[in-house]
Design a protein around this ligand. Structure first.
Ligand SMILES: [Zn+2]
Length: 202
């Protein structure tokens, strides 16, 4: 089992490579940025990418998906309810002050109850709207559960998705250390079993 999670892009979104070295196959979850780095790592590990899984359609999670698809031929999977987020990509990029990444509709939808992944490591899709309408969690059955990864919102240096914030009081630069994000709001699930609080839903 190969399980590597590392932050990418200006918002330091956690990207995950989950692979089976024996089968030479892998999936990538949330390739928001730094696609060259992700692709080189897959090559170094000798892994053929089978699926690109997007937990939701915000720029830091989906921004590099099309480029990774172009490099590897792997299909992009995202819940279709987040197509509206792709339509807002220019606004998301402007908010961050970065160039608008080229995106395209996913090849397949991450519908609730669907099984995704590679043969050795399969996950059930749980549609968990809230953070966005198309947010999903991926439930990997033990003992291969990537939920063993430390929750992405548990330390000051980990990533917080920008739309969770109140724009007039927060910015991406300060978001990672905002204590209000972990208290006072309704608890939601996002991505790989990460749990955080959304002030806007309180
Ligand atoms: Zn987000």
């Amino acid at each position: 089992m190969i399980l590597e999670t590392f932050p990418v892009g200006p918002l330091q979104c956690n990207c995950t490579i989950l692979g089976d070295e024996a089968a030479g196959e892998a999936i990538v979850i949330d390739p928001g940025e730094e696609i060259g780095r992700i692709h080189r790592r897959l090559q170094a590990l000798g892994l053929r990418l089978k699926q690109i899984l997007i937990t939701h359609g915000h720029i830091d999670h989906v921004g590099g998906a099309l480029r990774l698809r172009q490099l590897t031929g792997a299909p992009v999977l995202m819940n279709e309810a987040d197509l509206e987020q792709l339509d807002l990509m220019d606004k998301q990029a402007a908010w961050l002050g970065v160039a608008t990444p080229e995106t395209a509709p996913p090849d397949e939808s991450l519908t609730d109850g669907r099984t995704v992944g590679i043969e050795s490591y399969q996950a059930k899709v749980l549609h968990t709207p809230g953070h966005t309408q198309g947010s999903v969690c991926l439930h990997f059955a033990p003992p291969t559960c990537p939920a063993a990864i430390p929750p992405r919102f548990s330390t000051p240096s980990t990533h917080v998705c920008w739309p969770c914030l109140t724009p007039q009081t927060s910015s991406p630069a300060t978001a990672r250390q905002q204590p209000s994000l972990t208290s006072g709001g309704a608890t939601r699930t996002c991505g790989l079993a990460a749990v955080y609080s959304d002030p806007q839903s309180a």
